[in-house]
Design a protein around this ligand. Structure first.
Ligand SMILES: [Zn+2]
Ligand SMILES: [Zn+2]
Length: 171
């Protein structure tokens, strides 16, 4: 994940599957929305110049039917993925290994490994000396403070964060 290199997934996918399939696996494995927001895979550094086609939720859109093996990916190939054209969550993708094997279509794509999950603590509780596991990130406060502000459910509902945009902690 761009900006948070410690957050990653290793995914196995077959060449005859599509970028729509990969999109869905990424969304599921990172706990992103599968029924809202556009996404797109792209080559190079600028997604709006070099996209492989827009993917709509639930596997629709021109980019969704593109086969994985149709764009000349080799070992070490790098490309990008952007989820949600509004908040622009970017991921770097590297093709680590290309296997020449016949595989059944069961269970692909699939996550084969991922970063170790760690506990995040509520910033507000910490300010009053308490250690409480956080479940949400307040994007407004993170932006204001210049660091990640995580909150427990209770603090997330406090007046201080009224109207603040929050989401599940990415991990
Ligand atoms: Zn709290
Ligand atoms: Zn806040």
């Amino acid at each position: 994940m761009k900006g948070r290199r410690g957050i990653w997934r290793k995914i196995d996918i077959r060449g005859d599957q599509t970028f729509g399939d990969l999109d869905r696996m990424i969304r599921i494995s990172f706990n992103l929305d599968t029924f809202d927001h556009l996404s797109e895979f792209y080559s190079g550094k600028k997604w709006y110049r070099s996209g492989f086609g827009i993917i709509k939720p639930i596997g629709q859109g021109e980019g969704a039917n593109l086969r994985i093996d149709s764009i000349g990916i080799g070992t070490g190939s790098k490309f990008g993925y952007v989820y949600d054209f509004g908040s622009e969550v970017h991921f770097y993708i590297t093709a680590q290994q290309i296997l020449e094997e016949e595989l059944s279509d069961e269970d692909f794509p699939r996550v084969v490994s991922e970063n170790k999950k760690k506990d995040y603590y509520c910033s507000d509780c910490a300010a009053s000396g308490k250690k409480t596991i956080a479940s949400l990130e307040c994007y407004v406060c993170s932006e204001e403070m210049g660091k990640y502000v995580y909150l427990c459910d209770k603090c997330a509902e406090s007046e201080k964060h009224e109207d603040h945009f929050m989401d599940d902690i990415m991990e």
